[in-house]
Design a protein around this ligand. Structure first.
Ligand SMILES: *Cc1c(COP(=O)(O)O)cnc(C)c1O
Length: 422
């Protein structure tokens, strides 16, 4: 299958080329040239998650260099559980946090890392991954790429704006992973990465590529769990699901829209935002205006100018369609705290601040159809926020405990991309 740039000025590529390039030459993001249709009833025979993943992703890798590796990549990447936790019969929480860094980004990062390692094994040149993180991406990318052959990783995070446990996950790796604490915001980090990509000498010399959710190799695997969950729910209730998604850079939501487009039994997709409400404002005014990011309790969603908006605009074509398909709600820090408390009191179930934005929206809308809130991170990652609210210690999952015991190291730099290459 061919992939095209959202800006329409770069040559078409296949999936492997899109994965290696990250961003298209015209500065746009890669999207499928057309969407296949997958009859979800045909997937009912697929029993395991990796099997569903293979079936959903296979059409995107037809005639691709990775076509024959795809099954193996899916089995290696998706080797952890994905429970659908019921709060009530039709109110489900999709626990996306059982991977190595306890956030949903492990799904995309692991798929991408394994795909890239396979691609680089066939090439004789360096590859350097640049990744800007608002908290969880960097940890997931670092974990996924750690010790992969022929690949170096540079992780940038906004100094002092991630939780202690998030920071640990960004800084505990060493070997082929180098971490930078940037004097600035996540938007500064993202800008530095973009500027480095604009520096053709560096791109050439280091073989720069990206692992942010702008990379197609992160996004395609994020189509799989909406499929998996909505399939399961369609079997149980013979109904379509509404997906409620704590969103920042909108990668998860974009993957879910793509899943809906190719045939997953999804009725609606709803974005839950924190105080960074660029998308809510866009829906109201029809004019997209990027903002500076505001620090909130749901820090992995502190994004003022979500990159994947460009993919959604491309998908929907015009604002009227966008407005019909997308709904978004902004949730304040106070509402996040109240929701963590309410969900604990009502269901004895601890949730992270990001997941709380989704639960807030679910509670506000009171839909009777099946709803799935994406639990994007394990609450133990945000112990300093969640524990005082619920007045209880949250046990640390094993995979996270291992990371927290490692040594940290990082470089402190100003928000200028040249420092990454000194
Ligand atoms: C990254 C992240 C989000 C936001 O996801 P996007 O795909 O960027 O919209 C939400 N919650 C957590 C815990 C995250 O790490």
């Amino acid at each position: 299958m061919d992939f095209i740039s959202t800006r329409g000025l770069a040559p078409n590529v296949n999936a492997s080329e899109a994965i290696l390039k990250g961003l298209a030459d015209d500065g746009g993001l890669y999207v499928p040239s057309q969407f296949p249709y997958i009859d979800f009833k045909s997937l009912r025979g697929a029993t395991s998650y990796p099997e569903v993943a293979f079936e959903v992703l296979a059409p995107f890798f037809v005639n691709d260099e990775l076509q024959n590796d795809l099954a193996e990549i899916c089995y290696e990447a998706f080797n952890f559980a994905l429970p659908l936790h019921p709060l009530s019969e039709k109110e489900l929480v999709m626990e996306l946090f059982w991977g190595p860094t306890a956030a949903f980004k492990d799904f995309g990062a692991r798929f991408l890392a394994i795909a890239m390692e396979k691609l680089m094994a066939k090439r004789n040149r360096p590859l350097t991954i640049l990744v800007a993180t608002s908290g969880d991406t960097g940890g997931a990318v670092a974990a996924a790429f750690h010790k992969r052959e022929n690949i170096n990783v540079k992780v940038l995070f906004p100094k002092g704006r991630v939780s202690a446990r998030q920071e640990k996950q960004l800084t505990c790796w060493g070997d082929n992973v180098e971490t930078y604490a940037v004097e600035g915001s996540f938007d500064d980090c993202q800008r530095m990465v973009k500027e480095a990509f604009g520096d053709s000498k560096l791109v050439e010399q280091y073989g720069l590529s990206s692992a942010n959710s702008i990379n197609l190799g992160r996004l395609l695997p994020q189509m799989v769990y909406p499929f998996y969950a909505s399939l399961e729910i369609a079997e149980r209730f013979n109904q379509e699901s509404t997906m409620i998604i704590p969103s920042g850079n909108i990668g998860n939501s974009c993957g879910t829209y793509w899943a809906k487009v190719v045939g997953a039994p999804i009725k609606n997709v709803i974005l839950a935002l924190n105080a960074n409400k660029t998308v809510v404002d866009y829906l109201e005014s029809g004019v997209y205006e990027k903002r500076s990011s505001i620090a909130t309790l749901a820090n992995a969603m502190d994004v003022g100018d979500p990159s994947n908006i460009e993919r959604l605009n491309h998908l929907f074509g015009d604002f009227e369609t966008f407005k019909k398909e997308v709904s978004a709600y902004s949730v304040s820090d106070e509402e996040i705290k109240q929701t963590i408390e309410r969900v604990w009191n009502e269901y004895n179930y601890p949730i992270c601040p990001h997941t709380a934005t989704g639960e807030f929206v679910r509670n506000k809308l009171k839909l009777t159809d099946p709803t799935v809130v994406y639990a994007t991170a394990h609450p133990a990652k945000f112990d300093t926020i969640v524990e005082p609210i619920i007045n209880k210690e949250i046990p640390i999952p094993d995979q996270l405990a291992v990371l927290l015991e490692k040594e940290s190291s990082y470089n402190e730099i100003e928000a200028d991309y040249h420092h990454l290459f000194e």
